[in-house]
Design a protein around this ligand. Structure first.
Ligand code: WTA
Length: 650
């Protein structure tokens, strides 16, 4: 994020107190109630978390709440628990049995409702399908699906039998699937013939075919849900139709008793170096985290219609579309498609029609809505909304104010929730009935979260001094490891400050202790709320035969937060052309997926480097943003290169 944004944070003086009406009903209704519980959660975490965990159903009780041998935590030791039982069976035989668990709307306007009872039945059947395909406890299953209820069903079915799912976002390519299969050693892929996105069909099955065409690796079966009915190729003995498989099994599938530390899922995310990291999450601790944060931060009630717009392929889709809301017995809405299909008011239409009460989306979406114009919003009745949420990147105060006034009608609290794939659940956020909000600040840490801002030596800094965001105590939904790479786990998160979790974000706290997140401090970009590692894009670029070297940096972007700018040097005798620029963009889309498409490709004769050969990213960032080059340039190998880059036209 640019320093301009940091400044606008610094002058932010507006404070919005929760309304009396909201606070009166909320679970945590005052700042003093928050402080009291937070103190307890930090001083006596065992007591706090045992009380929260006891609200869930355990097949066998835990013996000890926490075992912390930094950087390895175990929560609810020896407890046995099943996530799908907590999300489904727990609500059967109660008033929630026939309540909508999932409300689904397809991009084309189709509607489906699955009650808790119906969802339970579908999950049990699909769990039996997985068993028929010899999926055993601990096996990995890749889920590469559009936003249809079957994606949730597949996740919950894995959880039911103790298979570890790894959802791959539909915007990733065949190569990305291949890498994830190879890293996770998955035995089954669950996919669909295709999915709808902005009116066109995305060929998901085709991507899976391409991923395993030369080498199926560990994959034994591919189960294909029929969504679009487009023709797809089915390989005999490997590919099976979802509807045919579920027709063969019954709906009797008791939830497996799983150790609290059993791996629930792996979700791949970008880091600053190398290939994506398989973030490994546990069963008991993760669920307690997702459940507790959903309960207090969204203040979920039985009568709510809760809508999180995230894709199931991201952690937000895991924790706050599926596991957190369902563990709370909430009604969670799932929409398949784009916000601007068929027109720019699709979201507002949905809110009006379903009487959505809680709406959770990303700043990048909010900025698009602002751009599209208020008239798309004002023609709809959004009076059902009572709470708004934001996640994925820092929300600029202007977007916050628009969200507050135009969507929230000035009456809905906004929870700006800071967290990460690694943290499993929300870490810093207002509690809507208790904590006054300031536009652009994620405010205060959630229960049990000991967050701080430190300098390069690990020393806590004073008010309004920028530094690194760290978490000093373990929390239940924290990642347990990087799948298959403990060394990287230690190195990436725990090596800079001993026993302290390094988030990779820069931030500051104001005099009230409020956190203001500035953005990533490593080589990870945040493009439209999606994490993209610059090194991944660089290696995609250099895998193209004409590219000699590549350096990728972020440039502030009004809509997406950051845009992907690539500096490329070409091999000898290759001429830079517009055609080549397009080819390279396509190449990156092919290797990583549309999510990482470069916004700009700039050809250079050489990249600016230090004497030791390190690419000077700081300078490239300045060039990319069109800013003047400042600072020390004496370590540059060749200064003329820099000026050439600075004036390069694209
Ligand atoms: C950023 C998404 C500011 C941050 C849940 C973090 C945020 C990265 C916020 C994690 C927020 C997320 N304010 N920045 N409210 N929420 N971020 O793993 O840089 O996809 O490190 O998890 O998004 O992205 P991830």
């Amino acid at each position: 994020m640019s320093s301009k944004n940091i400044e606008s944070h610094l002058v932010e003086k507006r404070v919005f107190k929760p309304s009396k009406q909201f606070s009166k009903k909320a679970r945590i209704g005052s700042m003093s109630a928050y402080k009291k519980l937070w103190e307890e959660s930090i001083k006596r975490p065992d007591k706090f978390w045992a009380r929260e965990a006891a609200e869930l159903c355990w097949q066998e009780p835990w013996k000890k709440v926490l075992e912390w041998k930094a950087p390895f935590a175990k929560w609810f030791i020896k407890g046995k628990i099943n996530v799908s039982e907590n999300c489904l069976d727990r609500h059967l035989g109660t008033a929630r049995q026939n309540k909508a668990a999932l409300l689904w709307e397809g991009e084309l306007g189709e509607k489906r409702t699955l009650t808790y009872q119906q969802l339970h039945r579908e999950v049990c059947r699909f769990a039996n399908v997985l068993k028929e395909h010899s999926v055993k406890k601990g096996d990995r299953v890749i889920i590469y699906m559009p936003m249809v209820p079957e994606a949730a069903i597949a996740m919950l079915a894995c959880a039911r039998i103790g298979a570890t799912h790894s959802v791959v976002f539909g915007g990733f390519s065949a190569e990305a699937i291949r890498d994830r299969i190879s890293d996770s050693q998955a035995v089954v892929v669950v996919t669909a013939d295709g999915g709808y996105r902005r009116g066109s069909v995305v060929g998901l099955k085709k991507n899976v075919d391409d991923a395993i065409k030369d080498d199926a690796q560990t994959i034994r079966s591919v189960i294909v849900f029929q969504r679009t009915n487009q023709p797809v190729s089915m390989t005999e003995g490997r590919d099976y139709w979802w509807h045919q498989e579920v027709a063969k099994v019954n709906a009797d599938c008791p939830p497996a008793a799983l150790d609290s530390e059993h791996p629930l899922f792996i979700l791949y995310t970008s880091g600053s170096t190398g290939k994506p990291k398989g973030i490994l999450h546990s069963t008991g601790g993760y669920l307690v985290g997702a459940y507790t944060t959903s309960k207090y931060i969204f203040d979920l009630r039985d009568e709510d219609v809760y809508w999180c717009t995230a894709d199931i392929g991201w952690v937000t889709g895991h924790s706050y579309m599926i596991y957190g809301p369902l563990a709370n017995g909430a009604t969670s809405l799932m929409y398949e498609g784009a916000p601007n299909f068929p027109e720019n008011d699709r979201f507002w239409k949905i809110i009006e029609e379903y009487r959505v009460t809680i709406f959770y989306t990303a700043p990048t979406a909010i900025r698009s809505f602002i751009k599209w114009g208020d008239h798309w919003v004002t023609k709809h009745d959004l009076s059902s909304l009572r709470l708004l949420g934001s996640v994925g990147e820092p929300i600029n105060p202007e977007a916050w104010m628009w969200y507050h006034n135009t969507i929230g009608g000035g009456r809905c609290p906004i929870v700006d929730t800071w967290w990460q794939t690694e943290t499993g659940g929300i870490m810093i956020s207002p509690l809507p009935g208790a904590i006054p909000t300031k536009p652009g600040s994620a405010t205060l840490p959630f229960f049990g979260v000991d967050a701080a801002i430190v300098d390069d030596n690990g020393k806590e800094v004073g008010p309004n001094v920028g530094g690194k965001l760290v978490i000093r105590k373990p929390w239940p939904s924290m990642l347990r490891n990087i799948h298959g790479d403990t060394a990287r786990y230690k190195e990436a998160y725990w090596s800079e400050f001993k026993g302290v979790y390094l988030a990779g974000d820069g931030a500051r706290r104001d005099k009230d202790g409020y956190f203001w997140i500035v953005g990533r401090i490593d080589d990870v970009l945040n493009v439209a709320g999606h994490r993209i590692g610059t090194s991944e894009v660089e290696s995609a670029l250099v895998s193209h035969p004409v590219v000699a070297e590549a350096a990728v940096v972020g440039r502030p972007d009004e809509l997406k937060g950051q845009a992907v700018v690539c500096f490329v040097t070409l091999k000898e005798d290759v001429t830079a052309t517009d055609q080549l620029r397009d080819d390279l963009k396509k190449h990156v889309r092919h290797v990583i997926g549309p999510v990482a498409t470069p916004d700009d490709i700039r050809f250079a004769e050489a990249l600016p480097k230090t004497r030791s050969g390190k690419i000077m990213r700081r300078l490239l960032k300045q060039v990319a943003s069109g800013g003047a080059i400042t600072g020390d340039t004496t370590t540059l190998e060749d200064l003329s290169i820099l000026s050439k880059l600075g004036s390069s036209e694209d």
